[in-house]
Design a protein around this ligand. Structure first.
Ligand code: SF4
Ligand SMILES: [Zn+2]
Ligand SMILES: [Zn+2]
Length: 305
């Protein structure tokens, strides 16, 4: 039973609180809007680009940002979708994204690995022995930053949730990647640089389960599909371990993220003067070495393909 109105509950939060559909939707939206206000994720005259995949996280994000934008006419919004070329997966989620954007009259810009790099992710995996997620993440981040700049975005919003962030924090800890951890948080980056479009994560404090239920109650996605490569990564092992811990010790993920957020200002300060950003000598995109990871990767592949 819902703790507020004594009708059937749809969720038990990690705090143990039970909520019905109406109370849960209210709780969810209130918490996301509070994150946006507290971290100033959306400001006056922002030109927002929302990264969508057509999955539950990104459509929930787009829906809530659209709610804000429809009340604040000075803030602009459009969506961008990167089609990696993953058979049996991405084509289904693209359809959901198109239906959603049509319904809410949001411009959807679609860019693909095939057009950008000459190959789909499936082709790249077939022709070289690479970890799909490692390369996919690098290529997607590159394209999102490049095309957000082309669309004159002031901020790029992504659907990362609390589970995603807890996984990233642990992965960086285990690999001793403090500098990469310093770039995390509800708004990313250590130093401001016009070559990097700041990324905002309004769903930062919402668990995967909460986003899944909210999206389901709102009917955002038609089918639940997962990328066939998602089981092959380091992240998927961390995700499974964290889920086990959360089941045994509720609130674990929340504790990891909250502790991290409290230490983040010190971490950002530490790397403020150490982080160097250069422009890639080949493509001019920002990077920390003479050549960016994507150009290095493309060069490597030319040899292997
Ligand atoms: S699970 Fe891996 S391969 Fe699939 S879309 Fe995500 S990063 Fe790319
Ligand atoms: Zn209720
Ligand atoms: Zn480059």
């Amino acid at each position: 039973m819902c703790k507020n109105c004594e009708i059937n509950s749809v969720i038990i939060l990690s705090s143990g609180k039970k909520l019905c559909k109406t109370c849960f939707n209210r709780y969810f939206e209130k918490k996301v809007f509070k994150t946006i206000r507290k971290y100033r994720l959306i400001e006056e005259h922002d030109n927002l680009v929302v990264a969508v995949s057509g999955g539950k996280d990104s459509l929930t994000l787009l829906y809530l940002i659209n709610m804000i934008v429809s009340k604040r006419r000075e803030v602009k919004l459009q969506a961008v979708l990167i089609d990696e070329g993953i058979k049996g997966y991405r084509s289904k989620t693209i359809k959901d994204a198109e239906v959603f954007c049509n319904k809410y009259s949001i411009k959807l810009n679609i860019f693909s690995y095939k057009a950008e790099f000459g190959h789909t992710l499936d082709e790249l995996i077939k022709k070289s022995k690479i970890n799909p997620c490692a390369v996919c993440g690098v290529l997607r981040r590159y394209m999102l930053n490049k095309y957000s700049k082309k669309l004159k975005a002031t901020k790029l919003a992504t659907g990362h949730n609390l589970d995603d962030e807890a996984q990233s924090i642990l992965m960086n800890q285990m690999k001793h990647n403090l500098e990469i951890s310093a770039r995390l948080g509800p708004i990313t980056g250590v130093i401001k640089d016009k070559r990097f479009i700041p990324r905002i994560k309004p769903l930062y404090f919402m668990t995967e389960k909460e986003v899944m239920i909210y999206s389901h109650l709102k009917g955002f996605t038609s089918v639940f599909v997962e990328c066939p490569n998602s089981y092959e990564s380091f992240r998927s092992d961390i995700r499974d371990s964290l889920n086990q811990l959360e089941a045994k010790y509720p609130g674990t993920k929340n504790g990891i993220v909250k502790t991290f957020v409290e230490s983040l200002p010190y971490l950002k300060q530490e790397f403020k003067f150490k982080s160097k950003i250069q422009s890639c000598s080949v493509c001019s995109e920002p990077c920390s070495n003479e050549k960016c990871k994507v150009c290095n990767f493309i060069e490597e592949l030319k040899i292997k393909l």
